[in-house]
Design a protein around this ligand. Structure first.
Ligand SMILES: Cc1cc2nc3c(=O)[nH]c(=O)nc-3n(C[C@H](O)[C@H](O)[C@H](O)COP(=O)(O)OP(=O)(O)OC[C@H]3O[C@@H](n4cnc5c(N)ncnc54)[C@H](O)[C@@H]3O)c2cc1C
Length: 458
């Protein structure tokens, strides 16, 4: 730590969680009842009492993994009250033919929630939980892993806070991650080529049972229903490079004209779109990879600090919540924190890598107008329908199950291979063959030299 750290040395705080974002608060809520006092340090000042008054907030999707955590923590009912169920995504391609892709085959919804309101519920729960101390205006500058402590800066200056263990939940631009890097961890923070602006979208012209997106290949606009009846929109466009990009278009009138040319329907429906485009800040997106997440019995990273990902599958927060749940499961299973933290790291890194890949890939599915289906696409879709007990879509498994993301990805690749093998053996006509032939070919293939299980498609 730096020379002028000496300042105040506060009492020994059992566990310090750095960052009171969504994942930090969830982590504190899990830990305090099991392992004693938790001090949550947040660099921002306390949030406003009524987040609704802000009028605008990013909307995030809650899936089964997120709900599992919210129900473990006793806040699921409160959160359900501010959510909107979504049954699919409705694409509005340039040809004007809107198409709905259901999220699940049995009409299960995922849930859209304003991030600020969800955060407020979690903060209220933390304030009401014995053992959780929430401190705002506390910026952690560095972490000492040898003699566990954090160096904190607040309006009184810098001071050192001793503790037994530190959990870094301080987001993509994490300061705590540097402590692991100093011990040889390799971290990569990459700014995505995409940037976005949040846009308010009035309701009344869009079906509220789905999210909506306008893919153009070059840029995408998306809108999510909110409980108020309005929608929260996001414009995604490349940050740099040839038009359309934020750099090439600049702001003001040119940005509005680009928007209107690419998205005529939303441009007509949002009365103050020109003003919003001119005034709303452009946010960048970063992805984070880190090959080590823990240090002995003293330190662990969770959430965006170790796996910030592209937002297009809607899993960054869900995955971060799952980190916290798996962490306490691992710690519950042993009295040895070093073993618990090592088990946590082993269990999560491959999963985070898998969902990060899927999230980035999903942007291209959503941003591009639907292409002509290939025989492989058609046969894949038919296998999902004909063998519902054996095959599920990747999206469904990520959103509606708690199966490991890595195993979902492996299963999806095996399904790709099965489809390719079937088309090789039986020709591309199989994709449009009658149902009994598809069934027979699939069953004979999978019960002959190989089985569905061998193909990894069960
Ligand atoms: C456009 C967009 C759409 C998204 N949609 C979805 C979705 O649909 N579903 C989903 O699951 N996820 C979604 N996400 C991702 C989700 O928002 C993040 O994964 C989640 O917010 C990460 O939470 P976190 O607590 O790890 O990090 P953060 O939310 O970044 O919180 C980190 C906290 O740490 C504090 N902090 C930082 N540095 C310090 C420091 N040095 N000292 C003290 N405090 C510090 C910060 O102020 C902040 O409060 C989306 C993200 C974006 C950008």
């Amino acid at each position: 730590m730096h020379g002028n750290d000496s300042g105040r040395t506060a009492e020994n705080h059992e566990t310090v969680v750095v960052g009171a974002g969504l994942v930090g608060v969830v982590t504190a809520l899990y830990l305090a009842p099991r392992f004693g006092p938790v001090t949550l340090l947040e660099k921002r000042e306390a949030p406003r009492p009524d987040p609704g008054s802000r009028g605008r907030s990013l909307t995030v999707m809650l899936s089964a993994r997120g709900w599992r955590v919210l129900s473990d923590l006793g806040v699921a009912d409160a959160v359900r009250g501010i959510c909107v169920p979504l049954y699919g995504r409705c694409g509005h391609p340039p040809d004007g033919r809107a198409r709905v892709t259901p999220y699940s085959r049995d009409e299960q919804p995922i849930w859209s929630v304003e991030r600020e309101r969800l955060h407020r519920i979690l903060l209220d729960a933390a304030e009401a939980t014995p053992g959780v101390r929430l401190r705002f205006g506390q910026r952690v500058r560095s972490v000492d892993l040898d003699d566990p402590a954090v160096l904190v800066e607040d309006r009184h200056g810098r001071h050192r806070l001793r503790c037994r263990r530190i959990l870094g939940c301080d987001g993509a631009h994490s300061a705590t991650r540097a402590a692991l890097e100093a011990r040889g961890a390799r971290a990569e923070v990459r700014k995505l080529e995409l940037a976005y602006q949040e846009i308010d979208v009035p309701g009344g012209w869009l079906d509220r049972r789905t999210m909506h997106y306008w893919p153009t290949g070059d840029a995408m606009f998306a809108a999510f229903p909110m409980p108020s009846g309005d929608f929260s929109g996001s414009l995604f466009m490349r940050l740099d490079g040839p038009a359309p990009s934020y750099a090439a278009v600049g702001g003001g009138r040119d940005l509005y004209e680009t928007f209107a040319a690419h998205f005529p329907e939303p441009a007509a429906a949002i009365p103050d779109i020109a003003g919003q485009l001119a005034s709303r800040s452009v946010s960048t997106l970063s992805v984070v990879r880190c090959d080590r997440w823990v240090w002995q019995d003293a330190f662990a990273l969770l959430g965006d600090s170790c796996h910030a990902m592209a937002p297009f599958m809607g899993h960054g927060m869900n995955c971060g919540f799952e980190d916290a749940r798996v962490l306490v499961d691992c710690l519950d299973a042993t009295v040895d924190w070093a073993a618990g933290l090592a088990a946590y790291e082993k269990s999560r890194t491959e999963d985070a890598e898998a969902i990060s890949r899927l999230s980035y890939r999903h942007y291209f599915t959503m941003a591009n107008p639907p292409r002509e289906e290939t025989p492989a696409d058609v046969l894949r879709g038919r296998l999902l329908t004909l063998f519902p007990d054996r095959f599920s879509s990747l999206y469904e498994q990520c959103a509606f199950t708690e199966e490991s993301y890595a195993s979902v990805l492996r299963g999806d690749r095996r399904l790709d291979r099965l489809v390719a093998d079937l088309l090789d053996r039986h020709g591309t006509d199989l994709a449009s063959a009658p149902e009994d032939r598809v069934r027979a070919c699939t069953t004979s293939f999978t019960t002959g030299t190989a089985t569905l299980e061998d193909s990894g498609c069960s």
